[in-house]
Design a protein around this ligand. Structure first.
Ligand code: NAI
Ligand code: MG
Length: 364
């Protein structure tokens, strides 16, 4: 029996609606799959917690989390109670940084039954691997002088270790997918870091002869995300480029409510953290209409991370059969509630085969 300890942090707003939904789905999966058991421990860390304790999580919060196999987070943020920079930096970003979650992954694909804003989305299915620890988001630099002499310098930091780590992750991922990696570069305009990035990419690609590789400048690449997203498999990008590309990825899928993400610790010292792309959605909180698919797809990514890729793809196929058949929340044009969509996914999981197809009840 494989036991997996999961730290649930629903957080704020709709996080408290979609995390319980996705947790029920994971429980169903472990009922179906006898060899797998999830042990969930819930942590109340949130903006309400802050009001009471003047901190987003206790001083030993990271210590409490560090031995879990994974962290399953909803969303953080309630502007009525706590400024965003306090809530995000006090919890989410702290976990990402301290637990060395140096890579962020976000898939985007044509989702059956969900309308993409693209006129002709074809059948795209891609994943962005974003370097998440350095690059353009460094804290090296400073400001000097005032008035018309005012000057600001922000340094981008690219280490061979960090760059290579993200690239290897991308190639390993591509090996399990369509076997192609695209590097997001800008070596025609950025003269030190990006030629370095290209060089490391070439070195790493050399170690994966069975995977095809190409490099594209970030401006053209962004345009291709809109005009030809079906050309891509895995894209590896620096922190800033990846940030922008992943937002385009979520946009072309049709709703932020379905987009998942993973913050990956690759050295095995700390747990990775899985969270949907969306925030706490204060405008719809408490209405019971939050789309649970972002969180449930995030659970699928967590299954993949645990090496349960077959279960992961079963789950994704079941989710897509549900959207295909019109069980949609209002954000994607439907009239179903969080609970109804979740129940439909759970019921279908119970009667589906490994591929996620509904088992035939008739014998022919
Ligand atoms: P948001 O993602 O919470 O909402 C943006 C829009 O998308 C809203 O209209 C919302 O109703 C809709 N939406 C989002 N998720 C949905 C879902 N699952 N189903 C249906 N509709 C959904 O972003 P916003 O409004 O900018 O931020 C709200 C709060 O969330 C802020 O405090 C912000 O700091 C925080 N936030 C937290 C994030 C995180 O925890 N990773 C990420 C983004 C924002
Ligand atoms: Mg962003």
């Amino acid at each position: 029996m494989k036991r997996l300890k999961i730290a649930n942090i629903p957080g704020d707003g709709i996080g408290r609606e979609v995390v319980p939904a996705a947790t029920d789905v994971l429980r169903t999966i472990s009922e179906i799959h006898g060899g797998l058991k999830f042990e969930f421990t819930e942590f109340p860390w949130s903006c309400e917690y802050y009001l009471e304790h003047e901190e987003m999580m206790p001083k030993d919060g990271l210590e409490q989390l560090k031995d879990f196999d994974s962290i399953f987070l909803g969303a953080v943020g309630n502007l009525n109670l706590v400024p965003d920079h306090v809530s995000l930096w006090g919890l989410l970003i702290k976990i990402r940084r301290e637990f060395e979650q140096v890579i962020n992954i976000r898939p985007a694909k044509v989702f059956k039954g969900v309308k993409s804003p693209l006129l002709n989305p074809k059948d795209f299915d891609l994943i962005v691997v974003r370097e998440n620890s350095e690059g353009e988001y460094s804290t090296i630099g400073g400001n000097i002088y005032q008035g018309e002499d005012e000057l600001s310098i922000q340094n981008a930091v690219f280490s061979r270790k960090g760059t290579e780590r993200a690239m290897r992750y991308a190639f390993e991922l591509a090996a399990k997918r369509k076997k192609h990696v695209t590097s997001a570069t800008k070596s025609n305009g950025i003269v030190y870091s990006m030629p370095f990035w290209d060089r490391v990419f070439k070195d790493v690609a050399h170690d994966y002869p069975h995977i095809t590789a190409d490099s594209q400048h970030i401006d053209a690449l962004s345009a291709f995300f809109v005009t030809h997203p079906e050309r891509f498999d895995v894209i590896v990008a620096s922190n800033l480029f990846g940030d922008i590309l992943t937002d385009i990825g979520a946009a072309i899928m049709g709703s932020i409510g379905i987009a998942p993400s993973g913050n990956i610790n690759v050295n095995g010292k700390y747990p990775s953290m899985f969270e949907p792309v969306h925030g706490s959605a204060p405008d719809i909180v408490g209405k019971g209409i939050a789309n649970p698919i972002g969180q449930i797809w995030t659970a699928k990514m967590m299954l993949d991370h645990f090496g349960e890729e077959e279960l992961g793809s079963t789950l994704l196929n079941v989710i897509e059969s549900v959207t295909r058949d019109g069980f949609l929340t209002p954000d994607i044009g439907g009239r179903y509630s969080t609970r109804e969509v979740t129940e439909e996914i759970i019921n279908r999981l119970k009667i589906s085969d490994k591929k996620g197809d509904i088992k035939s009840t008739t014998v022919s």
